[in-house]
Design a protein around this ligand. Structure first.
Ligand code: NAD
Length: 259
């Protein structure tokens, strides 16, 4: 257990960072990944070192470019010589009606949210199978199960990620490797902060009012999901009690998809 290695993509902020911290405090050696502005790197490294007592290993591949997620896994394998846990978490949002969605924005969202998940799994799975143990967890979304207007690429990417999760689960059955997805509702991270700001601007309201309205519209429990609670679900999926779970989509959404 001490020597198990986990890669969490998109772990320089938000949900991914909380997952990475939780894995580190559970004894995993963690490979971080994400895009950090150069001026934030030394503060981030200090924060990581102080919080986890681990030296920072940060892969900085831009997943909007095809093939870079494969390179990312290769870099992790080269450094750690193994990869036991893969959390596909990197993700972006773009909001626009479908007829105004540019081809470039569509491709960027699909590449980062879906294609990169295929790439990392493609590259990581063989050595997990060979070792007879592995856990793949895809951070999808409620938008893997239901849609919202103006989020065509995001919704398509997250529905696709659930399809990929189920297929990999079938292909990896009886190898010791499981593949599951987690589907959060609203979690207050930089990704959602942008949407709250856009909403406040569009309706001429305060940030507080915009965030209350955002929750009221979709999430019956009018509170943001805590990123730590998402991280705890990840830890459960890594535990021995989850060995019979594969191909599942675990919803943590304050009732969003019960409507
Ligand atoms: P965030 O913006 O805080 O973090 C996104 C991470 O992805 C960062 O580490 C960033 O560096 C990385 N990233 C962004 N673009 C990238 C690129 N081109 N190449 C490589 N890495 C890139 O967002 P978050 O809210 O923590 O989202 C994490 C995941 O959770 C995403 O997949 C998102 O779709 C999903 N999710 C979020 C919510 C929510 O309400 N916040 C809800 C459901 C699902």
């Amino acid at each position: 257990m001490q020597s198990r290695v986990a890669l969490v993509t998109g772990s320089t902020s938000g949900i991914g960072l909380k997952i990475a911290e939780s894995l580190a405090s559970s004894g995993y050696r963690v490979a971080l990944h994400g895009l950090l502005p150069p001026e934030q790197k030394s503060d981030f490294s200090r924060y990581w070192q102080e919080t986890t007592k681990q030296d920072m290993f940060l892969a900085e591949h831009d997943f909007s470019k095809p093939g870079k997620a494969i390179d990312c896994v290769e870099q992790v394998l080269h450094h750690f010589k193994r990869l036991d846990v893969l959390v596909n978490n990197a993700g972006i949002q773009h909001v626009a009606p479908v007829e105004q969605f540019t081809l470039e924005s569509w491709q960027r969202v699909i590449q980062v949210n879906l294609n990169s998940g295929f790439e990392t799994i493609h590259q990581a799975l063989p050595q997990m199978k060979a070792r007879g143990w592995g856990r793949i967890i895809n951070i999808a979304s409620v938008h893997g199960q239901v849609a919202s207007a103006n989020k065509s690429a995001y919704v398509a990417s997250k529905h696709g990620l659930l399809g990929l999760t189920k297929t990999v689960a079938l292909e990896a059955a009886n190898t010791g490797v499981t593949c599951n997805a987690i589907c959060p509702g609203w979690v207050r991270t930089p990704l959602v902060e942008k949407q709250i700001q856009a909403r406040a601007q569009a309706h001429g309201t305060s940030i507080d009012e915009a965030s209350r309205n955002l929750l009221a519209e979709k999430q019956p429990e009018h509170q943001f999901v805590d990123p730590l609670d998402v991280a705890q679900l990840v830890l459960f999926l890594l535990s021995d009690h989850a060995k019979a779970m594969t191909g599942s989509a675990l919803t943590i959404d304050g009732g969003w998809t019960s409507q």
